[in-house]
Design a protein around this ligand. Structure first.
Ligand SMILES: C[S@@+](CC[C@H](N)C(=O)[O-])C[C@H]1O[C@@H](n2cnc3c(N)ncnc32)[C@H](O)[C@@H]1O
Length: 211
């Protein structure tokens, strides 16, 4: 297996995924999702890269469709409507969603731009995309500090729970994308809000609207 292939990684770790997430986020992963979901409209919402459906409890009474390329993840999900697919090629009609939510997915995408173009297509006018993700702190000095910390801590945690490949992948993937304040600024959706969460602000949230 190539450790570079996120699909294979997520198929391999599907059952351990929620535990890994809790460790990486110091138990805060759901609180960070919830803060993002607060920015979503009511109505029909796509959970893009839904995984095991961990966000299900925070969606309230919205009608949720879960999409993920890895059937092993979706099989563990409590969300009733589940679709196998990728963000870059969404199998939905134009203007068919009020909101799109995506937590901890964007650094795994093949193409951020293609995915945002597809999200813009399936959102109704006035609809919203909310993304929550892990990256590096905004400040360059803190980002360097965080990079050193994750280079040491993540392999140790990975070795302890027998998931070294996955943790090495995680460490590398945190530097894969530009800072969210830049990445989401020049897109077909309007960037309304960007915020930071977690230790040193290494977790970001953004809310974008289709005009
Ligand atoms: C870190 S998990 C996050 C799962 C879930 N959103 C959560 O909050 O727990 C990343 C998910 O992104 C999915 N993924 C990877 N590539 C994708 C793509 N191109 N389009 C959509 N989802 C993708 C993976 O299968 C995995 O389930």
């Amino acid at each position: 297996m190539s450790v570079q292939d996120p699909d294979l990684i997520f198929a391999k770790i599907a059952r351990r995924y929620d535990l890994l997430n809790a460790i990486i986020s110091f138990g805060r992963a759901q609180a960070w999702r919830r803060k993002g979901v607060e920015e979503l409209p009511s109505g029909r919402v796509l959970d893009l890269g839904s995984g095991t459906g961990a966000a299900a409890p925070v969606f309230g009474d919205r009608e949720v469709v879960a999409l993920d390329p890895v059937p092993e993840m979706l099989r563990l999900s409590p969300i009733a409507e589940r679709v196998v697919g990728v963000g870059e090629d969404l199998p939905f009609e134009d203007g068919s969603f009020d909101g799109v939510f995506s937590a901890y997915v964007f650094r795994n995408l093949d193409s951020v731009d293609e995915t945002i173009a597809e999200v813009a297509r399936i959102l109704r006018p006035g609809g919203r995309l909310v993304v929550v993700g892990l990256g590096r702190p905004k400040n360059r000095f803190l980002a360097a500090l965080h990079r050193m910390g994750s280079a040491i801590v993540l392999p140790v945690v990975g070795a302890l729970i027998g998931a070294s490949d996955e943790y090495r992948y995680l460490h590398r993937s945190l530097d894969k994308l530009p800072p969210p304040e830049e990445m989401f600024a020049d897109q077909p959706l309007r960037l309304d809000r960007a915020w930071r969460m977690g230790p040193l602000g290494f977790v970001y949230g953004v809310a974008l609207t289709k005009e």
